[in-house]
Design a protein around this ligand. Structure first.
Ligand SMILES: [Zn+2]
Ligand SMILES: [Zn+2]
Length: 283
């Protein structure tokens, strides 16, 4: 049995999630997933700085119940997906303080002027300019620093394909991308393989193999896998494909987190040694 993880899941505690935490856990077990992090959105925006929908007390109560109910069947980690925390540092700090998250995703969904990345006009956009602008946001996110992995690194691909059937890759700004990834590595930040793209118009993970390879080549070692499920039926989708992709990009391990500290699961090596294949966990 392989040790599969899903480290990017939204429950009803996100405004765009539709399943309860217990439904998500049941689905994970059914799909053969061993460990999950439920990472609801804390998504401040202009005019919605404190994001009142995000109810940490309700999340905590649901998670504690689930941890008891699924003990021995599923490892459940406390997570959050912070939207543009570099633009809303005070509100984000307040929500992070005194809460024992295991894992924190940092994402850039919005631009400083308030526009959502999904709302850009990708039809007439200059691909290099859009990628440059987006990478500058990722750079600011990394400099803000209080998170573990960057969410869906090439998010613009999701929306350029969805709205305009146009493939835009961050690799068109290769040198800037490399600089930003180097900064991420220096600051101890990981990336994720977000498998939602496999279910969407892009038909590939966010990011894809080109960016994963580059991150690995320049020394990146922290890599999680997440479905970005917004309902229980998508939990764990693409997890196995993501492991294959990680191997193809040159990774020997994928990463899990415990109280914000990375731990490692080997994904390469002789499958028959020790009888357990690549499920070995290395601290
Ligand atoms: Zn996101
Ligand atoms: Zn998400």
């Amino acid at each position: 049995m392989s040790y599969l993880i899903d480290y990017h899941i939204h429950s009803k505690n996100s405004s765009d999630g539709s399943s309860s935490i217990s439904e998500i856990c049941r689905s994970a077990v059914k799909s053969g997933i061993s460990e999950i992090a439920i990472t609801d959105h804390f998504e401040p925006s202009i005019g919605n700085e404190n994001c009142p929908f995000y109810d940490q007390k309700r999340y905590w109560a649901d998670m504690i119940k689930a941890k008891h109910a699924f003990r021995g069947k599923l490892n459940i980690k406390l997570g959050v997906e912070l939207g543009q925390p570099h633009l809303f540092p005070e509100a984000t700090k307040a929500v992070m303080e005194d809460f024992p998250y295991d894992y924190v995703i940092g994402s850039a969904h919005k631009l400083p002027e308030g526009m959502d990345v999904s709302e850009l006009d990708y039809a007439s956009a200059d691909a290099e300019a859009v990628c440059g602008m987006y990478l500058k946001q990722i750079e600011a996110l990394i400099r803000w620093n209080d998170f573990d992995c960057i969410g869906h690194l090439d998010l613009i691909k999701r929306y350029s394909m969805k709205s305009y059937n146009r493939y835009i890759t961050l690799a068109c700004r290769y040198e800037l991308l490399k600089e930003v990834l180097k900064l991420a590595i220096e600051n101890g930040k990981g990336i994720e393989i977000n498998t939602s793209g496999l279910r969407q118009e892009a038909r590939e993970t966010l990011p894809g193999l080109d960016v994963l390879k580059l991150y690995r080549e320049i020394g990146g070692e922290i890599l999680t896998i997440g479905s970005d499920a917004h309902n229980a039926s998508d939990v764990g989708k693409g997890a196995l494909e993501a492991v294959e992709l990680a191997r193809a990009a040159g990774f020997n391990y994928i990463t899990t987190f415990n109280q914000r500290r990375p731990e490692w699961i080997r994904i390469t090596g002789e499958k028959n040694t020790c009888g357990s294949g690549w499920q070995e966990k290395v601290m």
